[in-house]
Design a binder for this molecule. Sequence first.
Ligand SMILES: NC(=O)C1=CN([C@@H]2O[C@H](COP(=O)(O)OP(=O)(O)OC[C@H]3O[C@@H](n4cnc5c(N)ncnc54)[C@H](OP(=O)(O)O)[C@@H]3O)[C@@H](O)[C@H]2O)C=CC1
Ligand SMILES: O=C(O)[C@@H]1CCC=N1
Length: 277
Amino acid sequence: MTIGVIGTGNMGTLLIESFIRSKAIQPSEFVITNRTLSKAESLSKKYEGIQVVPSAKSVFKEAKTIFICVKPLSIYPLLKEANDVIEHNHLVISITSPIRVEQLESSLPCPAARVIPSIVNQTLSGSTLLTFGERCTEEVKTSLTQLLQSISNPIEIEEEITRVSSDLSSCGPAFLSYLFERMISAAVSTTEITEEKATQLLTDMVIGVGKLFEEKTYTLDTLKKKVMVKGGVTGVGIQILEDELGEVFEHLFKATQMKFVEDHKEVDPQYSIKPSS
Ligand SMILES: NC(=O)C1=CN([C@@H]2O[C@H](COP(=O)(O)OP(=O)(O)OC[C@H]3O[C@@H](n4cnc5c(N)ncnc54)[C@H](OP(=O)(O)O)[C@@H]3O)[C@@H](O)[C@H]2O)C=CC1
Ligand SMILES: O=C(O)[C@@H]1CCC=N1
């Protein structure tokens, strides 16, 4: 299967490297481009066989399944530029949240899907968020789902829950990293522990917790209860979290939802179909 990738920044590179790592796609099956071409060329030096072409249009000429991994506002001009070489049997896959699949299909002669990845897909784990356009046949849905299974757990999501799903799956690793940093700096500022030791302990703990969830040993609730020995120290800490966390996560999800509305205001005028919500 030839796979095209337009844009080899963080996510384009992550998808290429993850598909190669999972052995789902061989380097020689990739046709890629990037605005700064040297970035795509350095990937082809790393993985012998990747074909680098000079433009998005050339990618559409060489591949039928194409991941577009550029920022939201760059997608429409790119599709217009390649318009005369896009055919009915292409599949266009966008990886960004503020463009709906029906908006993509409205400016294409072919099916479109949206696949929002997460940095954790680099370890061939985590979810990818999958939404199919109306033109996607069962065959297209099955083959894209199978491809994504090689690097992730593909979860089909409705448009209405796009932002919150991506907050959890794709922004989540950054949110957690921030919280872990705050835990470490508080541990260092209130006790004798060094930053190095606190970082080591927290990192080991996070990896272990991930493995427990992977093995389905515990749910979030049963794990919490197992550690919270009656009358013990964990309960004291949990009580502080309950008393002081307040509505921080409610505020977070409201803020990202507002940003999503702003993103749509920028992107929507490019497309003939406007979102209904
Ligand atoms: N970062 C993340 O964790 C996630 C990001 N996303 C989404 O993925 C998208 C890309 O994000 P990310 O990879 O982080 O961004 P980057 O800025 O790292 O990558 C974007 C890439 O697109 C290239 N580019 C821009 N315009 C064109 C064009 N016309 N033709 C070819 N290449 C082009 C840029 O080239 P140049 O080298 O010249 O800048 C750059 O390499 C965003 O919409 C984001 O929302 C989705 C899930 C997770
Ligand atoms: O488009 C998105 O929702 C993702 C999440 C992280 C960055 N962009």
